[in-house]
Design a protein around this ligand. Sequence first.
Ligand SMILES: Nc1ncnc2c1ncn2[C@@H]1O[C@H](COP(=O)(O)OP(=O)(O)OP(=O)(O)O)[C@@H](O)[C@H]1O
Ligand SMILES: [Mg+2]
Length: 598
Amino acid sequence: MTSSMAQEESTPLGRGLDLRVLARLLRYLLPYAPWVGLTLLFILIGSLARQAGPLITKFAVDDHFRPGIVDGFDTLVYIYLGLLILQFALGYCESWATNMVGQWAMRDVRMQMFRHLQRLPLRFFDHTPIGRLMARNTSDVDALNELFTDGLVALVSDVVTIVTILSLIFYMDVRMGLLTAVCLPVSFAATVWLQRVTYGSYQEARTRFASFASSLQEAISGMEVVQLFGSEDRRSRSFAHSNERYLEARLLASRYHSAYFPSMEMWGGLLLALTLWYGTGQISKQEMEWGVLVAMLQYVPRFFMPLRDIAERYATVQTAMASAERIFELVETEPEATGSHRPPQQVQGRIEFRSVSFTYGDTHGDDAEWILRDVSFTVEPGQSLAIVGATGAGKSTVVSLLCRFYEVQKGAVLVDGVDVKDWDARDLRRRIGLVQQDVFLFAGTIGENISLGDPELSREHLEAAARHTNADRFIRPLPKGYDQPVGERGVSLSAGQRQLLSFARVLAANPEILVLDEATANIDTETEMWIQDAVGRLMQQRTSLVIAHRLSTVRTADTILVLHHGEVREMGPHDTLLAKRGLYYRLHQLQYGEGKSA
Ligand SMILES: Nc1ncnc2c1ncn2[C@@H]1O[C@H](COP(=O)(O)OP(=O)(O)OP(=O)(O)O)[C@@H](O)[C@H]1O
Ligand SMILES: [Mg+2]
């Protein structure tokens, strides 16, 4: 996974500016168009103010120093000072406006992406690592921001600077202007080449960092398993490998980087020497004024900066383009298809599976690995169905299909006679109270985890739900009660407590259908008792579909369905199935040790 991920994240070098992507990016700036306009204005005036300095020194030399005229010189000094202050003010405003617009636009991108993420089907999350999605919303967005602030705006500023300087040189001395115009592309090409090589090595380092980071992250999140199975050494070896590879890439990048600035300096010095040589030659032939040479000696290094910048921006732009493409790809990922059926009044809670076959993989080709095969059953309103079966039989999958987390490939799942595909997905899920095998707790307080942030849920209602499901029993003794914060990933709650909390969650939402995927974890006898009591209450007057491991839950269900390798093998009430002495009977014997004497 890591290597393919690293590949995906790398930016191909040398590809051009994609105008289509750029246009799409610029659309994010549209709401802030007046600010963007203002920024450009700041850039334009700022550049003029900056580049006027050397021109003033030219006048100082030619009109005052050389002829020895002091009169009017102080005016030049005042203008120079005034320009400095203007430069500062404009520079400040420009940078501030640019960053503001950039940050606003990025906030919009992040929000759009997040909204979209929430609408994606679960299947998408099955095959997309969390780290990748995190990167989309963090580092890729940052790259976009860089594209705007360091990329586009700076690019405009650099081009304006070059054009301004070139015009001023032409104004002072046409031949000098022509010479500069010839040197310019050569300088640029040399700069770009140097820059490319350096950037390429950095890119490689970045790619390797991605693989290094994911190896690190995996090791840390899996620490429990690593220590449990004593696989520290193996982990260390694999970490050392990615660590070394990362080191190599960083060292290579550093080598280029070390060469980069000295060579740039040398190149700049060469151009300066060339100017000096040509200028003094012209001056000795009386074909150029001293002031022009003084101004030129200031302009040449100034020329060089934007050239180098543009070359560097190019890399920024490329990285950002790649980021932009990845973001757009995510935003374009087809959201979960949803129907529009919304029940007119109360939902009855009738569940029907009609010859359902399902696989998590794709169905192309004949060798699809069906997780469910031709599963049919009906649960009438208010009735209960217990599903039993070995681990991996497909029990949780049945639940996922009912909640329409996945779409069935054959057959249909119906709630109240309407195909779940036709239901408004949010509406459907609101009617189903789901207690999953692993209860996910969000960072926040216990109370917030029960209400899931629903503002309409009153505190009384919430506490009543907790009381009714026995969750209250462990919540009240906590130091802060319902306001007790839950540790990261809910580590401060036991499996049983989490289960109880999730019952309260379901009851607070008061859904018409209860779906319970019982945790298999061992739970102490007392909590077990509370759980069973709560389950009994939750099942009252609700259509319930329970995946049960507890004998009491299975027994009291109206119908029991035995699932074996994705197929319905037996179905009926407890006594009938026992009498049949089939699979259920055997499961029953094995799991509960009952009937051994029979
Ligand atoms: N998201 C998924 N992507 C691919 N395969 C999956 C996914 N979820 C489950 N499976 C596979 O589907 C099969 C059935 O899984 P399911 O979770 O429905 O079993 P289960 O009966 O609930 O088992 P358990 O009693 O252990 O909870 C298993 O082989 C499992 O590997
Ligand atoms: Mg399961």
